[in-house]
Design a protein around this ligand. Structure first.
Ligand code: HEM
Length: 515
């Protein structure tokens, strides 16, 4: 807001208003329009119950920027691509992650998703190379093997080749993406009991997190001796001990390899991953190797190697960030395809063309599935697994006509912006064909941001695309999925955008003789 000149407007109403605003409780900022409630917690309760409805109403009633209070916390909701770009990129140094996300520290500690400042920058620089496109191909084989295993189990479940079965596809996709991320992180170095233990603990942690996110009672609830709290703490202790053991074993394995080769410090990840057929392929070993290089021979000799706790936090972060989102993206895509038979026909045609003679899809094929990529993109638009991103300002920042004071929370919602008719014609319709090159070049950068943006953009994006395409190809070429009649498809925006009652589907083989 522009400060009026005192001498010109000494008796002016504007100046008196400004004086009142600036002296009553320190400097006051002009606020965007927004709802006002007699009971400050009313909107918080409504938000917790139906966040998408509340955000949609705010966008409809108050436009591109609105203000409301969550208890005593001032919240700005911005939903214009330029404003989102401002927060995520142009003014990103003025923001940190929002208090809601910081709560997840209780589960994932100080990993990439939650850490800030110089430490985050260092860790991101260290871990990023393991996610570059050149390394993603190492993981493609894991992805295909895991989905083939799942299809094999599905086939075993069928009484006859022609029979059909009813499956909760959300549950199936969660199991699948958990097995993929465990294999990507740990390779074949953990046994099936350990994997089962991890899966069980993670499910309890995620379930409990939904209590923690209640802003004013989450803290209290965690300390109460409730059964759910006890289960949460027990699962966390158990999971931590599993992960610490896995880290210790990986370090010992690498030290043994180091003693044999004598050149552990000088090996780059590339040398290990590509040149040496005995090299570790799992991400945990890659992180330990990269860390060892950084600590001992890198330019930054002063940076100490990661402690077991730091490694644990990064591994837990990648584990959680790397499966929930992808499982939801796949579930929503399979749901949308089941509702649009013409889209399904086009996908099957493309699979036949790209994989003539029924061969297994590989990493090189991914860029050839042009139509399927549009389908996956359109699904991420309509059902973005990360449905909102939040930040807290640590400095004043100007957004549009408003100055946002430090300590404010800013919310940006992919779900709302992705359905804005100013940027997407027929915004609620599933139209993969809309993603033409021309449309993409005219779209404002932050009208579509399923993976966020700026320095905190999703690090797993290349892996997510690779997984998405390979899994959809392998499932759809062999299986036909139909939504179970009258199954309620209801959105549940928790940490990620899930189907509230799962996704019950009738699953049958596409062609009984295909394999
Ligand atoms: C469809 C799948 C996925 C979606 C929609 C998604 C979405 C996102 C979004 C929106 C953010 C930014 C959050 C923010 O700015 O506050 C993010 C961050 C992150 N994601 Fe993903 N993600 C997906 C898959 C993955 C996978 C497969 C991995 C890794 C195995 C991963 C790892 C991460 C990490 C480490 C961060 C934090 C990056 C940082 O702050 O430096 N994600 N993701």
């Amino acid at each position: 807001m522009i400060k009026p000149s005192k001498c010109t407007y000494i008796y002016d109403k504007t100046f008196i208003e400004w004086l009142m605003r600036t002296t009553a409780s320190g400097f006051q900022y002009e606020r965007p329009p927004g709802p006002k409630f007699k009971f400050p917690y009313l909107l918080s309760l409504q938000f917790l119950k139906a966040p998408l409805t509340v955000l949609n109403d705010l966008a409809t009633k108050y436009g591109d920027i609105s203000y409301f209070k969550f208890g005593r916390q001032g919240i700005y909701f911005v939903n214009h691509p330029d404003y989102i770009q401002n927060v995520l990129t142009i003014n990103q140094s003025k923001f940190i992650k929002n208090p809601g996300l910081r709560l997840t520290k209780r589960i994932i500690g100080n990993g990439l998703l939650t850490s800030e400042g110089e430490y985050h920058k260092q860790q991101r620089g260290l871990i990023q190379p393991a996610f570059d496109y050149s390394h993603i191909s190492t993981y493609a084989n894991i992805v295909t093997t895991c989905v083939e295993d799942m299809c094999y189990k599905w086939r075993q479940t069928l009484v006859t080749k022609e029979a059909e079965m009813i499956l909760d596809i959300h549950h199936e996709m969660t199991k699948l993406t958990v097995s993929i991320i465990s294999n990507v992180l740990f390779g074949s170095n953990i046994d099936s009991n350990t994997t089962a233990g991890i899966i069980q603990d993670v499910a309890i942690l995620i379930g409990y997190f939904n209590h923690l996110r209640l802003p004013f009672i989450g803290n209290i609830m965690e300390k109460l001796p409730l059964t759910s709290s006890k289960k949460f703490h027990a699962a966390k202790r158990h999971l931590d001990s599993l992960i610490f053991t896995i880290i210790q074993e990986a370090r010992q394995r690498l030290m043994r390899a180091d003693q044999r080769s004598g050149n552990f410090d000088r090996s780059s990840l590339n040398d290990f991953a590509v040149n040496d057929k005995n090299s570790p392929r799992d991400l945990l070993s890659s992180l330990i190797l990269l860390d060892a290089r950084r600590g001992k021979i890198g330019s930054d000799k002063t940076t100490p190697s990661m402690t077991a706790q730091q490694l644990r936090d990064e591994i837990m972060t990648l584990f959680l960030a790397g499966h929930e989102t992808t499982a939801n993206a796949l579930t929503w895509t399979l749901y949308l395809i089941s509702q649009n038979r013409q889209v399904e026909d086009k996908i099957i045609e493309e699979i036949k063309q790209v994989l003539e003679s029924n061969r297994r899809p590989t990493e090189e094929d991914i860029s050839r599935f042009h139509y399927l990529r549009k389908v996956f993109t359109e699904s991420l638009r309509l059902y973005p697994p990360a449905w909102a991103i939040g930040r807290e300002s640590i400095d004043s920042a100007v957004i549009g006509d408003y100055t946002i004071p430090p300590g404010s929370v800013v919310i940006m919602s992919q779900y709302i912006t992705h359905r804005d008719p100013r940027f997407f014609a027929e915004p609620n319709e599933f139209i993969p064909e809309r993603w033409s090159s021309e449309m993409k070049s005219n779209l404002p950068r932050f009208a579509f941001f399923p993976f966020g943006g700026g320095s905190r953009v999703c690090m797993g994006e290349p892996l997510a695309w690779m997984e998405g395409i390979l899994l959809l190809v392998t499932i759809l070429r062999h299986w036909k999925l139909e939504l179970f009649p009258e199954h309620p498809v209801v959105l549940s925006p928790l940490i990620t955008l899930r189907p509230k009652y799962g996704m019950k589907m009738i699953v049958k083989r596409r062609c009984v003789d295909d394999y």
